[in-house]
Ligand binder design. Structure first.
Ligand code: DQA
Length: 159
């Protein structure tokens, strides 16, 4: 069974009331329910953590190395400067997808840079709450493909 950690960073607990003109009206609970339904439909296991602190996010990433196959993360503002979160993702070597609700590239200049993106398989941004659903499809598709390669080539596939 595929096991995935969904991590939400700071201020995402306020979705629905936080700057709705930027982030929309969907609450975090609604996003979690949608992703949980997707996971259930695929027979995957999902665990969800929201933390407003850098340490809380790092602890969750480190703990995931004991059980998770994949990681989907919206690091919030930490995206733009947390080298510690970047290092944690690199350290655990769990395939990660970065998601953002807003199109960070169409916003303030400081949001154009992600220090997290280089340690992720890929990033999705700008599709509102749907970014999470797209991120889920991307991550589970990637994991399935990797699993098939291992089955086909006995783990000898390098690409
Ligand atoms: C965000 C974008 C970040 O720049 C911002 O700090 C957030 C939310 C997004 O999902 O669009 O908190 O990650």
């Amino acid at each position: 069974m595929t096991k995935i950690l969904l991590l939400h960073g700071p201020n995402l607990n306020l979705l629905g009331e936080r700057e709705p003109e930027v982030y929309g009206n969907v609450t975090l609970a609604e996003i979690d329910a949608r992703i949980t339904a997707l996971a259930k439909g695929q027979g995957a296991e999902i665990r969800i953590v929201q933390s407003n602190s850098e340490g809380g996010i790092i602890d969750a990433i480190q703990a995931a190395r004991q059980w998770a196959d994949g990681l989907m993360i919206n690091p919030g503002a930490f995206t733009h400067y947390s080298l510690a979160i970047r290092d944690a993702i690199a350290a655990v070597r769990i395939p990660a997808v970065e998601v953002h609700i807003s199109n960070v590239f169409a916003r303030e200049e400081f949001r154009h840079r992600s220090v997290i993106a280089p340690v992720c398989i890929g990033s999705i941004c700008g599709f509102g709450a749907r970014s999470y659903e797209l991120g889920w499809i991307a991550l589970t598709g990637y994991l399935q493909e990797q699993g098939e390669k291992v089955k086909l080539h006995g783990g000898n596939e390098l690409t």
